[in-house]
Design a protein around this ligand. Structure first.
Ligand code: UDP
Ligand code: MG
Length: 333
């Protein structure tokens, strides 16, 4: 055993694990919670870990199941949010409540196999601060989802200055230091994938095969995906706004070129009916202006959301967690 270990792992371990936190958001997943819990326990057998499950306002039997699991196993901590706050916020709530020196975020639908976590831990022990899992195969996703994901990543690359690994989801492990840096970012429009790259530190990828959902359906509708994509891009890039300016300059340039042309035609005396071209110009300009205003509106709306400074989420119940002050119910920081 020892030689095999040395062969695979020539570098000495620089970290020893005191506690691993596994954070998973759940939203109406009563069909698979028990299986998820069992698989995490099996994959992490012998390791000191806590499982932080965030109920993101489920309306099925998820809360009861969570209560039962927490009652039977004190390593399982449950945070029940007061309503549905969305995937990224639910993960954030879990991260806020995790106390491990290494923390993994993982989807509860078993698309991210918990069996990969020990490999991620190996990298962490050897000193990597952020280990993200990169899917080199995705099962059970529609062609449409794969195509839209490809388009999104292309667009994100073109517009934002954050080198995002294309095939990484939110499945990743963070050391305590980068996690604290991540949690210091309290912005409302959260794109955790981008934010974990933004904080820096040493980062490594671990390949894995993404499975199909164990049961139930995806909670991301097309509308939600579109909103998520624009949240992602707008929180890492001002380039769409700059594009509006660029368009403005281009159109003005065309107008300036047009002036001498029109004058010259006037002098030469050729007849200019003008109606069609005018209509097109007016409609085109009107359209571009409205688009630019809408784009600015998207950013202004997001500024408004940030400025209100509301807590990111509201916690209704905590299980297997130390008690908190009554006035501290919104957020632990
Ligand atoms: N989820 C959540 N809140 C939401 C939507 C999803 O907590 O509003 C959870 C969901 O239970 C799952 C994970 O986030 O554990 C990923 O969601 P899903 O599988 O629906 O997304 P997909 O894998 O299709 O992108
Ligand atoms: Mg999923």
């Amino acid at each position: 055993m020892a030689t095999e270990h040395e062969h695979r792992d020539p570098l000495p371990h620089v970290r020893t694990l005191k506690l691993l936190s596994v954070v998973a958001p759940v939203f109406n997943e009563d069909q698979l919670l028990d299986v998820f819990y069992a698989r995490v326990c099996k994959a992490l057998e012998g390791l000191p870990f806590e499982l932080v499950l965030v109920d993101d306002g489920s309306s099925d039997r998820t809360p009861e199941l969570l209560a039962a699991i927490a009652a039977a196993d004190e390593r399982v901590r449950v945070i029940e949010l007061s309503r549905n706050f969305g995937h990224q916020t639910a993960i954030t709530a879990g991260l806020d409540h995790a106390s491990g020196d290494a923390v993994v975020m993982i989807d509860a639908d078993l698309q991210d196999p918990p069996e990969v976590i020990p490999q991620m831990l190996d990298h962490w022990r050897r000193g990597t601060d952020v280990v993200y899992a990169v899917r080199h195969r995705r099962d059970g996703e529609t062609h449409f989802k794969l195509l839209t994901a490809r388009i999104f990543y292309k667009l994100f690359d073109a517009l934002a200055n954050v080198p995002l690994e294309h095939d990484s989801g939110d499945f990743r492990l963070l050391d305590r230091a980068p996690l604290d840096a991540l949690l210091a970012m309290r912005e409302r429009n959260r794109f955790l994938r981008g934010m974990t790259v933004w904080i820096g530190y040493t980062q490594t990828a671990v390949p894995y095969e993404r499975d199909a959902r164990y049961a139930g359906e995806t909670k991301y509708t097309l509308g939600r995906m579109l909103r998520f994509s624009f949240d992602a891009i707008s929180s890492f890039s001002h380039r769409p706004l700059q594009l509006a300016t660029l368009f403005g300059f281009l159109v003005s340039l065309i107008a300036f070129i047009a002036i001498p042309v029109v004058l010259a035609l006037r002098i030469v005396g050729s007849y200019l009916p003008g109606f069609g071209s005018l209509t097109i110009a007016i409609l085109l300009l009107g359209g571009i202006q409205l688009m630019a205003i809408g784009l600015i509106g998207e950013y202004v709306g997001r500024i408004y959301d940030e400025v209100k400074g509301r807590p990111l989420y509201v916690v209704r119940t905590r299980r297997n967690m130390p008690p908190v002050d009554a006035d501290d119910i919104a957020e632990p920081r």
